[in-house]
Design a protein around this ligand. Structure first.
Ligand code: AMP
Length: 289
């Protein structure tokens, strides 16, 4: 496995690989890897001849009062995990490699970023789309892998790729969960043991929604009310949002039918956790992947 910290090095490897006719998969991450990330890397390694994993804590997608400075990191552990999952190249640039001091060009996806996390984290998706576009231009992958865990991000990236004609196939991968149902996240490391127990309320509330849906309850408002009631039984939980939207347009829907996304963000103490489920599509995403 190769490690590169400059754009020039990455381009050198990619040119060599493309000459050989190898297909390339890209897995963008912010590091502190867990089984969620690993599932993306393994999928890419099985789909492509070469897999590039980027490990870059992207400052421009964090708001002023967010956790950029405390975000967990352990690059040696990450490198080990990447190697075990079959990655071929890890790109770990410094911030100065990715952003000139006078950097002033951004990619913004409109509409889809107005609600959900976009409403709560102004500028977040502009930062995400900009870094992902840069990584696409640097790595020029055939396919790029993103987790359904960040459902809005996946929808936004798909729309960006369509609208800007990136010649890259976006592959969405199922949410990987802990045994008890909590969606794996680098941010779970912030939770105290008491908060860790409380964090289960996100999954529980989604399970309640799924059960109601399976009993033919399709009314978004009723399902939303039920989710809110479940979450409010947990004293450590504070709802940031609960939304029920079409999974492609991210527009609110009154009725749950085709591929409807139920997305939530909940503070457990100071830690903001997100989770989601898709109902009414071909398959729901709550399975333990
Ligand atoms: P991050 O390092 O948090 O930016 O995540 C990098 C990629 O891993 C994103 O595409 C995430 O959606 C994906 N990811 C994070 N957590 C999970 C999870 N529990 N299951 C599946 N994919 C995940």
């Amino acid at each position: 496995m190769k490690i590169a910290s400059t754009i020039e090095e990455v381009r050198k490897y990619i040119i060599e690989w493309k000459k050989e006719g190898f297909s390339v998969g890209l897995v963008p991450t912010m590091g502190y890897l867990h089984e969620g990330h690993e599932s993306l890397i393994k999928k890419s390694a099985s789909d492509n001849d070469k897999t590039v994993v980027s490990v870059f804590l992207n400052p421009i997608q964090f708001g002023k009062n967010e956790d950029l400075d405390t975000y967990p990191s352990d690059i040696d552990r990450d490198l080990n995990k990447c190697k075990n999952c079959g990655a071929d190249l890890i790109f770990t640039p410094q911030v100065s490699e990715m952003y000139f001091n006078d950097f002033c060009t951004y990619v913004n996806v409109d509409n889809l970023t107005k609600g959900l996390c976009g409403a709560k984290r102004p500028g977040h998706f502009k930062g995400v789309c900009t870094i992902v576009s840069k990584l696409f231009n640097i790595v020029t992958p055939d396919k790029a892998y993103f987790g359904q865990k960040d459902a809005q991000q996946l929808a936004v990236i798909k729309r960006m790729v369509r609208d800007l004609n990136f010649n890259i196939k976006i592959i969405g991968c199922p949410i990987v969960r802990e045994e008890d149902g909590l969606a794996k996240s680098s941010r779970n490391s912030y939770l105290s043991s008491e908060e860790r127990k409380a964090s289960l309320i996100l999954y529980k509330s989604l399970m309640k929604a799924k059960k109601l849906f399976e009993k033919n309850e399709f009314d978004s408002n009723k399902i939303k009310q039920n989710i809110i009631e479940v979450i409010n039984t947990e004293p450590l939980a504070k709802i940031d949002y609960v939304e029920i939207v079409d999974n492609t347009s991210l527009k609110p829907v009154n009725e749950i039918k085709n591929s409807t996304l139920i997305a939530l963000a909940v503070y457990i103490g100071k830690t903001r956790l997100i989770d989601n489920i898709i109902l009414g599509g071909k398959k729901n995403e709550l399975a333990h992947a």
